[in-house]
Design a protein around this ligand. Sequence first.
Ligand code: ADP
Ligand code: 5GP
Length: 429
Amino acid sequence: MFSSGMLFVLAGPSGAGKTTLAHHLVDKYEGTEFSVSTTTRPSRGEEIHGEDYFFVDDGEFTRRVENSYFLEWAQVHGNRYGTEGSWVRKQMARGRSVVLDIDVQGAVQVKEAMPSAVLIFVLPASSDVLCNRLEQRNTDSGKTVEKRMKAAAGEVSVMGVFDYFICNDVLEKAKSGVETIFLAEKMKLQNIGWPVQALDYHGGYVNGLDFWRGKRVVVSSGPTREMIDEVRFVSNRSSGLMGVSLAEAFLAAGAEVVLVSGPAFNMKPPGPVRLVKVGSANDMLAALKEEVLCADLLVMAAAIADFTPVSAASGKLKRSQGGISIALEPTPDITVSLAPPCPVLSFALEYGETAVERARSKMKRKGAVAIFLNMGNRPSEGMETACNSGTILFASSEKSVEIPFGSKKFVALGIAAALGREMENSDNG
Ligand code: ADP
Ligand code: 5GP
């Protein structure tokens, strides 16, 4: 259905072989781009601006940091280096994969900002080999080599954050290692969306997705955390998977997607989706206020905690203090407080026979154009599971669309398609 490009990050100490392996991937696989970094380091003479690096002065680099130009940036061996964020996302949205050759601090930042990025740590067979390669590369003085060897120990200690390890001993083996990672990641469903071959079995199911092409969709997702002290919190059961699946579905339909997510197990949207992480219901409200300004749709899939402690204790409450009572107050109704300038798709988890009436009245209260109702009493679906099913109800008519049982990915596609069809009809009518 769509093939989002992937982001591969090769990191490790200077001299480990990142550049060699990064260029190998780009040369070997069509549709793969090397990201040219921006640096404050002076050019080494033979280096070409725009090809090896974009060379800028300190002032310009600072301006770009302030304007959130970088996906990541770090001070490395006395100079600053950074990766342009919008260029990376643009390539990925076009289905092109991007390869970064950056230091470990930058790689950690990329994982934070884009959790679906694939982090590969590269290291030669021993520290002696690393030292020899740095000396033989001949781009650094003896003193610089010594400095880089010292830095290597600190860089290796961050390896646990990475997804893969490549020992760059025999180069051909290391090359085939990165190829294996690349090919396996390309087959991951997370990076494919809904494969076209699977659509054969559900003819017509996705009519309506086209409506979202070029639109801007904001999806709220996951639970919120209302802090009791600095460690404990009140929250809701929510894995965040439905929200991520909706973000994927609207992306697959051609929309530009922002995912505003509370702390969830599942916060790994495809790379082109911009991820905004929030904590409490109030944080969620503040983030959404900004994001909905030029949105075409707000999808309120987040399981926002309805109550928050009146005040949070500082530090960590001690068991030895004995029992405690926590006064809770309601959190703001986010959709109502936002009064968003765009249509809203709401969600209702209901129990019992009057579920449809209650969902309809919730849709009205929230001013939503549609609401997805799922029943809380069905085993193996809904909260904290991989599957779902439900009914989408519309404000403009008595009509409803049943979304049959399937993975949340499949259900999300059905929701995006049904809403697209309904909005297309109301635009035309
Ligand atoms: P990095 O980008 O991590 O600083 P490079 O790719 O520039 O590292 O590699 C450092 C040096 O080691 C280069 O001269 C490169 O040609 C050489 N090199 C890389 N991989 C190997 C390998 N497996 N065996 C021998 N030399 C290698
Ligand atoms: P050099 O100055 O030798 O080209 O690179 C020095 C180090 O900076 C290398 O370890 C390289 O991976 C790292 N580096 C290059 N570009 C970037 C970048 O955009 N971001 C970060 N964080 N590191 C980078």
